[in-house]
Design a protein around this ligand. Structure first.
Ligand SMILES: Cc1cc2nc3c(=O)[nH]c(=O)nc-3n(C[C@H](O)[C@H](O)[C@H](O)COP(=O)(O)O)c2cc1C
Length: 188
């Protein structure tokens, strides 16, 4: 089965992102279309980009970059579990993306976004510009969590039918994109 990596993009203490990522990764495993792994950027612990050469050269001098390259290179598809910070994506996510180049190329990406009024959608719109620059293909189906409505008093996600359905819809679309893009990667 194709390998889906679910990337948790918030790293701060007390974040809600890991709980949302754990829910989505569990849902994705039950979906059955992918092998699923969760990657928590707080655990990966990348520094700010410190490679002397552009990632397109593949010349990484630091061990953390080589390991990050292997982690992303083996994946067939991604889901970014991403908060909205000041109407934008989180800095750790952008930094993790910038470390690499071909490892992202021609792979699909779905978004589980969250935030107050907007459900993180402004951050997703900005992220689409970044991922398409790397020739990733964003899924149109998306999972949008409105934290004011969908978190309980303890900050835990309440998963209703709508949220589950949106997650399944996005995974279905990612499955189709993954098949098409794996063929494309093999051909190139
Ligand atoms: C630096 C910062 C900026 C934020 N900006 C926004 C924002 O623009 N829109 C929004 O809906 N929520 C915003 N919030 C609230 C977040 O949605 C909320 O804190 C959420 O828990 C952040 O995700 P995290 O806990 O996984 O870090 C912001 C929070 C932080 C810490």
């Amino acid at each position: 089965m194709p390998l889906l990596k679910v990337i948790v993009a918030s790293t701060r203490p007390g974040r809600i992102g890991r709980g949302i990522g754990d829910w989505f990764a569990g849902h994705a495993a039950e979906h059955g279309g992918f092998d699923v792994e969760i990657i928590d950027l707080a655990e990966v612990g990348l520094p700010f980009l410190d490679e002397p050469e552009h990632a397109s050269t593949g010349n990484y001098v630091h061990q953390h970059s080589k390991e990050w390259s292997a982690t992303i290179g083996e994946a067939d598809a991604f889901v970014f579990v991403m908060p909205e910070y000041n109407y934008a994506f989180s800095a750790p996510l952008k930094n993790a993306i910038d470390f690499l180049y071909y490892e992202w190329r021609y792979k699909p990406v779905g978004f589980v976004s969250y935030g107050g009024m907007s459900g993180g959608l402004r951050a997703v719109q900005m992220m689409k510009q970044v991922v398409t620059t790397l020739r990733m293909v964003p899924a149109g189906e998306a999972v949008t969590v409105f934290t004011r409505r969908q978190l309980d008093a303890d900050g835990r996600l309440t998963v209703d039918e709508g949220l589950s359905a949106s997650a399944t819809g996005m995974l279905d679309e990612l499955g189709q994109l993954t098949a098409a893009m794996s063929a494309m990667r093999s051909a190139s």
